[in-house]
Design a protein around this ligand. Structure first.
Ligand code: MN
Length: 245
């Protein structure tokens, strides 16, 4: 292709893209034109959580695993649109969706997207991990006796979760509670997750093997213990404040 042709080609491509965008804007209210969910970049570099979580694990976890949840969620919603629903609403409401294939997609892929977005947010490099706020620490002391006891109970929930899943610190009726869920379920999923375990997550750990196997192999307890070094307490404090408001 010579220079002239290439320019013509670019012009046609640009015109087509603009037309496509314009069409999207015009049709934005129709279910088919609903913008697909997107994978946000990690809020830090993949190596930022070293040595506690290795860069290769972080890159694969975000770029491959999380990306796949987003792609499959979009695929399901392209086939069976749920117009006007936020990710929170889709995940929390999955239990009341009667179409079993769509419910499974919202639960597994929607849950996967929600949980991982949350997970990246509640972690930070060890040097900026911070500490629980006075308010959060008071609630932790009231419920568990101390931060150390809270970590022990949370760690047990994470270690005892059979197979793949998550351990959570949630706010339920204004109080802190530790729970765990299987697969990509989470404590927002009314009608899927058992009622005593429902609440607003403020902290959570992914205990799927893909989250730790490259560095820790079968030693999930070591991963869970090291993970406390990269908890983003500032994010957890903020989530606690909102959940109790
Ligand atoms: Mn994961």
């Amino acid at each position: 292709m010579d220079t002239y042709d290439r320019r013509a080609f670019l012009k046609v491509s640009t015109t087509t893209a603009v037309a496509a965008l314009a069409g999207r804007v015009v049709a934005a209210d129709t279910p088919a034109a609903r913008p697909a969910f997107t994978l946000a970049p990690l809020p830090y570099k993949p190596a930022a959580l070293e040595p506690h979580i290795d860069a290769v694990t972080m890159a694969l976890h975000h770029d491959k695993h999380h990306a796949a949840y987003v792609a499959k969620l979009n695929e399901a919603l392209a086939a069976k649109p749920m117009p006007g629903k936020s990710l929170d609403e889709l995940v929390a409401g999955a239990g009341s969706v009667t179409d079993t294939a769509l419910q499974a997609a919202l639960r597994n892929q929607g849950g996967g997207h929600w949980n991982h977005t949350f997970f990246w947010d509640v972690m930070a490099p060890a040097k900026s991990s911070g500490t629980p706020s006075d308010d959060l620490l008071a609630a932790i002391n009231a419920e568990f006796g101390s931060l150390e006891k809270c970590k022990t109970a949370f760690g047990e929930a994470a270690i005892k979760r059979f197979g793949s899943g998550w351990a959570w610190l949630i706010v339920k009726d204004g109080k802190l509670k530790i729970t765990s869920t299987a697969n990509q379920d989470n404590p927002l999923m009314t009608g899927i997750v058992a009622a005593p375990d429902l609440g607003t997550p403020i902290l959570g750990i992914d205990v799927w093997e893909h989250a730790y196997y490259l560095k820790y192999q079968n030693r999930r307890p070591e991963y869970v213990a090291a993970w406390w070094n990269v908890v983003n307490w500032s994010a957890v404090n903020g989530r606690f404040g909102k959940a109790r408001a």
